[in-house]
Design a protein around this ligand. Structure first.
Ligand SMILES: *[C@@H]1O[C@H](CO)[C@@H](O)[C@H](O)[C@H]1NC(C)=O
Ligand SMILES: *[C@@H]1O[C@H](CO)[C@@H](O)[C@H](O)[C@H]1NC(C)=O
Ligand SMILES: *[C@@H]1O[C@H](CO)[C@@H](O)[C@H](O)[C@H]1NC(C)=O
Length: 408
């Protein structure tokens, strides 16, 4: 496993100056918008600017295309729903499994106006009004704190403005949930813009995580971050011409054994639910990039067991910092929260999910996914996740039907 850790970390170090960022092109077969369109759904890309100048691609599936032969389901039966992805991923989380299975399509089929965010620094949101991601470190000076504080509210406001609705449903996966808790802790007025939060494997507490690779990273985080920082490497695992071929070498299409083993260690082991074809599609979209600080911040909340703000490197370098970083205030998240967790989730251990469920003031429901081997990646990749996870979420949303119109 040590070898695997080295293999994983090597590209972060060596790719420092040796790649050109892949130009965006929507014509390739494997690009999300193209996929969504091909499957007979409409797709819109909205560029949203944050207060601090980041430019984010927000994807919308307004429904099926008339030419698909399926009814278009308009006007919308329900309030819009905003979906936020996990660490190192992108809006691909919500469409990978395809129509009839992936959450974004199921929601569109059920009459929702579906919006999918992309956090700053990911392949679709690697843009800024004046900071160049390839030339300035300043572009990468953020953690998931800024994603919660600036990206999520900018995208929520855009969805509400375009759809002319007062409130929306929010569903997040992993990091996609923690960023909303950051927002509600720091800007609690955003509770009024939300109907509910569907928290899928919420990564607020993660300190009981079981993956050996991730545990090793957390243990080595400070020296590793210092080394990368000194090397001027502030972008981590971007979706580039360099990482793509590397993934192809480690996990050639014909044999994804190594990637499957890595996945088992990081996310949890549930072999019957892994579909090699799906895994290959997933690897075409993952990793989608993040900042060094973002990973460092994760390592801090894991090591300290506290859901707290970022401590700069100089502070953590010292084993006993003068004062611990301030905690986020979970009691300010007053909207109804529904928590989903897997018993075999290596990233968000079920006890961590239950600890969060205990601490949110307005817990609406907690769901343990019925498959006892259900892992972290199973939420977006497992053969049985449409049946065990997505169907449950649709049922939960049904309970809030009409509540958005009541306040209109
Ligand atoms: C990074 O951002 C923090 C505040 O978020 C600021 O204090 C710091 O000076 C910034 N560092 C750089 C190198 O821009
Ligand atoms: C796939 O790769 C693994 C590890 O490299 C090897 O042990 C296994 O035999 C390979 N399987 C096939 C079908 O080639
Ligand atoms: C958390 O927020 C609540 C509600 O705004 C406030 O009453 C409480 O004092 C805060 N707790 C901390 C530790 O700041």
């Amino acid at each position: 496993m040590r070898l695997a850790v080295v293999l994983l970390m090597l590209p972060m170090l060596v790719s420092a100056h040796y790649y050109q960022y892949e130009r965006r092109s929507w014509n390739k077969d494997d690009d999300d918008p193209q996929l969504v369109w091909k499957y007979g759904y409409e797709i819109e890309i909205h560029e949203v600017q944050t207060e601090d100048g980041y430019l984010l691609d927000l994807y919308r599936i307004p429904g099926r295309r008339a030419s698909s032969g399926q009814p278009a389901l308009r006007p919308y039966r329900n309030a819009p729903i905003f979906l936020m992805h996990s660490l190192l991923s992108s809006c691909a989380d919500w469409v990978l499994m395809g129509p009839g299975r992936a959450l974004a399509y199921l929601l569109a089929d059920a009459g929702y106006d579906v919006w999918m965010g992309n956090a700053r620094g990911t392949r679709y949101s690697r843009k800024h009004t004046h900071l160049d991601p390839d030339r300035t470190n300043e572009f990468w000076n953020f953690t998931w704190h800024e994603i919660g504080l600036y990206d999520v509210p900018a995208m929520i406001d855009h969805v509400l403005a375009v759809s002319d609705q007062p409130r929306l449903h929010y569903a997040g996966f992993s990091q996609g949930t923690m960023v909303l808790f950051v927002l509600l802790s720091e800007r609690p007025e955003y509770n009024a813009k939300l109907i509910d939060m569907q928290a899928i494997s919420p990564s607020v507490y993660m300190y009981r995580l079981e993956g050996r690779i991730v545990r090793t990273f957390v243990r080595l985080a400070d020296p590793l971050v210092a080394a990368l920082d000194a090397a001027g490497r502030h972008e981590i695992l971007p979706n580039t011409r360099f990482i793509g071929p590397l993934v192809k070498i480690v996990c050639p299409d014909a044999n994804v054994t190594v990637c499957r083993e890595l996945l088992y260690d990081v996310a949890g082991r549930n072999p019957p639910q892994v579909d090699d074809k799906m895994l290959r599609i997933f690897l075409g979209h993952f990793p989608a990039g993040a900042s060094l600080r973002q990973l460092h911040h994760f390592s801090q909340i894991i090591r300290t067991t506290r859901f707290a703000k970022y401590s700069p490197l100089q502070a953590t370098w010292n084993a006993h910092p003068a004062s611990p970083a301030p905690l986020y205030n979970l009691t300010r998240a007053t909207i109804p929260v529904v928590v989903y967790y897997g018993l075999n989730d290596h990233v968000v251990n079920f006890r961590d999910a239950l600890q969060l469920a205990d601490e949110v003031p307005n817990l609406a429901a907690v769901h343990q996914i019925a498959d006892r081997l259900f892992t972290h990646s199973d939420f977006i990749l497992a053969k049985n996740s449409a049946r065990l996870m997505n169907a449950l979420l649709l049922q939960e949303l049904d309970q809030y039907d009409g509540t958005s119109n009541a306040t209109h």
